[in-house]
Write a protein of this length. Structure first.
Length: 457
């Protein structure tokens, strides 16, 4: 049953039922339009206490953000994840809980809620209860859940610790395999390993975030060089909304590599995301899960923690950044601008013509990020109308998602075609395009499931 990421990008939840025994692959939060976000508040479309285990592909909120609520609703089984996903996921969920609490407090204070009192979707206590259920699993190791289910992880690239899931189902003497792609990363990304070769399978659940798009051939280095030279020349601030997991670390690495190679002058980077700061520490810690050698400088710091990188953990330091004059870079979360500290920077800097904002990641339909990417000149933030006078630029080359040609490259080793491919995790136009590519180039049978649809294997 497809209880998320069907006809949309977020909310990944795949329920598998064999003879009444049930597990979930991913347990994500819906993001984007109000209609989707409200689904997070609905009762789960299954009985949480009946779920025996949850297999997590990676630590982005649209794949793990519903875990605390599900635990509060009665789930008590094992939550499997790679060690980096456990580390990042714990921080991510705590950060999300704090943001939800802050947002509820702000809405109550400013009387911006339609309810008697705004409440967070889940609390830090719910997060801690979920974290106690986490079980670490390395790549390429079979794990038996019960007599019906066993699985193993394959490296998906994308972000640190991200996986595809090979799931083996047994029912009496019948056996069936399902491969869940997770979010497939790009090739030759200095921050992640290339996606590993996928195993043969009877059924494939394939993401399609960029199922109808090719990433532009432009080198993000040259785009950043041009933007940063303009920032320095104009003495302005470059504001970058960035996912705290993966994208923040990628930008720091990219800018400091350009400085080291003398392709841009030195410039200060301000990271205003407590979660982004903590995740940066984890990227340094789990070196065996990435290809990047964090070249240490003479003072022992890594590229991600160089002397020009300033971390702002508390709210007071964050507010002081409002006074920052250029040239300088502010990186803040959330990446799609659906919450977090970035909203306060936008309130302060979007109306300012001396601000350049770089959009460096995927922006889901219905998000503030998509509105700005689409060129809206007026937006609403916390019900305040904001004029967009800042210069907005979009850099596509930093995406952590494979485009359709890279997805086809990833699937190239398949010698026999799956019985059916379920095309998920994409806006409907992207899923339709990906299904079209698989049908035309491979002759594969594809289905684009709808939300809450159940299919029999």
């Amino acid at each position: 049953s497809f209880h998320g990421a069907a006809g949309t990008v977020t909310g990944s939840k795949y329920l598998i039922n064999v003879n009444g025994k049930k597990i979930l692959v991913d347990c994500g939060m819906f993001q984007g339009s109000r209609e989707l976000r409200l689904r997070n508040w609905n009762p789960p479309p299954f009985e949480p206490s009946e779920i025996e285990a949850i297999i997590i592909t990676h630590s982005h909120v649209d794949h793990i953000g519903y875990l605390p609520k599900l635990v509060r609703e009665g789930f008590s089984g094992a939550i499997y994840a790679t060690p980096p996903t456990m580390a990042i996921g714990g921080i991510s969920l705590l950060d999300t809980a704090h943001l939800l609490a802050e947002d509820a407090e702000y809405r109550n204070k400013k009387k911006l809620t339609r309810h008697e009192k705004a409440l967070p979707l889940f609390t830090t206590e719910d997060v801690e209860a979920a974290r106690k259920l986490l079980v670490p699993v390395p790549f390429n190791s079979w794990v038996k859940i019960n007599e019906y289910f066993q699985f193993r992880y394959h490296d998906a690239g994308h972000i640190l610790g991200a996986t595809s899931v090979e799931l083996a189902l047994s029912n009496m003497k019948r056996e069936t395999s399902v491969l869940f792609s997770g979010d497939v990363g790009r090739y030759n990304n200095p921050m992640t390993n290339d996606p590993s070769e996928p195993p043969e399978c009877d059924y494939l659940v394939c993401e399609s975030t960029y199922g109808g798009r090719l990433h532009p051939p432009e080198d993000p280095d040259s785009e950043f060089i041009n933007i940063i030279h303009e920032v320095i020349e104009r003495k302005c601030v470059l504001l970058i909304p960035a996912f705290a997991v993966g994208r923040t670390q990628q930008i720091i690495y990219l800018v400091n590599r350009l400085i080291k190679n003398k392709r841009i002058p030195p410039i200060n980077i301000h990271v205003d995301s407590p979660m982004g700061i903590s995740v940066t520490d984890i990227y340094a810690q789990y070196s065996s899960y990435r290809p990047l050698d964090m070249d240490r400088s003479a003072d022992g710091r890594s590229t991600l923690e160089a002397s020009n990188v300033f971390f702002h953990r508390d709210r007071k330091e964050s507010k002081l950044l409002n006074r920052l004059k250029g040239p300088g870079i502010i990186i803040s979360a959330s990446g799609m601008m659906v919450g977090g500290r970035i909203l306060h920077h936008l309130l302060n800097r979007l109306p300012d013509t001396n601000t350049i904002m770089a959009l460096v990641g995927y922006m889901a339909e219905g998000t503030l990020g998509r509105q700005l990417m689409d060129g809206e000149t007026t937006v609403y933030i916390h019900k305040t109308m904001v004029r967009v006078r800042a210069k907005i630029v979009t850099i596509y080359g930093l995406s952590a998602h494979a485009d359709y040609s890279e997805l086809l490259r990833w699937l190239q080793p398949f010698k026999r075609k799956p019985r059916r491919v379920f095309v998920t995790h994409g806006e409907i136009s992207q899923s339709e395009a990906m299904a079209g590519h698989l049908k035309k180039e491979r002759g594969w049978d594809c289905l684009i499931p709808t939300l809450d649809q159940t299919v029999e294997l």
